[in-house]
Design a protein around this ligand. Sequence first.
Ligand SMILES: [Zn+2]
Ligand SMILES: [Zn+2]
Length: 244
Amino acid sequence: MFALVLVLSALTAIELVTRRIAWSSRGINLQAWAVSLSATILLLPLVQYAVPGSLIESAPLWLSIPLFILVMDLGEYLFHRAQHASPLLWRMHSLHHSDHDMNATTTNRHFWGDSLLKALTIWPLAALIVAPTPTASAIYVALSLWNYFSHSAIDVNFGRWSWLINSPAYHRRHHSIRPEHYGSNFAALFPVFDVIAGSYHRPVGFPPTGLDERPEHIGHILLWPLRGARLPNGPVAAADRPAH
Ligand SMILES: [Zn+2]
Ligand SMILES: [Zn+2]
């Protein structure tokens, strides 16, 4: 938690110097964070279950830790693809895409049911493949702090090395409202999954983000899928919609 606050504060400090971000965006993101954190604390114990065993249970740490991280990241990638392919999941995921001022705090703008769904799907699936030992889980959580950097409004582009690890420019292309950017760069940590699946696109520039529909208060965050139902299945801006 201390590391998270430290990372978030450092990124926000850089954003404050380099780019003007609406404070209302950060306010909504912090509310979404509080809601999903509460839901996780209250509901996660109800949906969590132990897997009977793992395919890779007793491998040495140098192998089991990178494998666990890769399998978890693959799970995140597949779940994210499903969030854009399924109208029902998009109703929830569109909350994350609704930020017009994408910044480090957007990392926590997720519908509260998302992590519960992951607890029922990709997390147990990953645990069936590689044992989620406390060390592997702790290292994965620490690595996930990278997501704050990827969502930050800091203009960092790894150029031809973009396939190596996620970056602000790489993930911004995923959030972009430009039609030519749709359906690209789904990876959480490692873009190699985008490369394999053909969804990898080297990022260029600093495109605008957001959706027409956006939350204005905590009630919208709590009941977001009802508002998300009004949105088309994908990040489509008003200008690109049919006129009728
Ligand atoms: Zn997405
Ligand atoms: Zn994102």
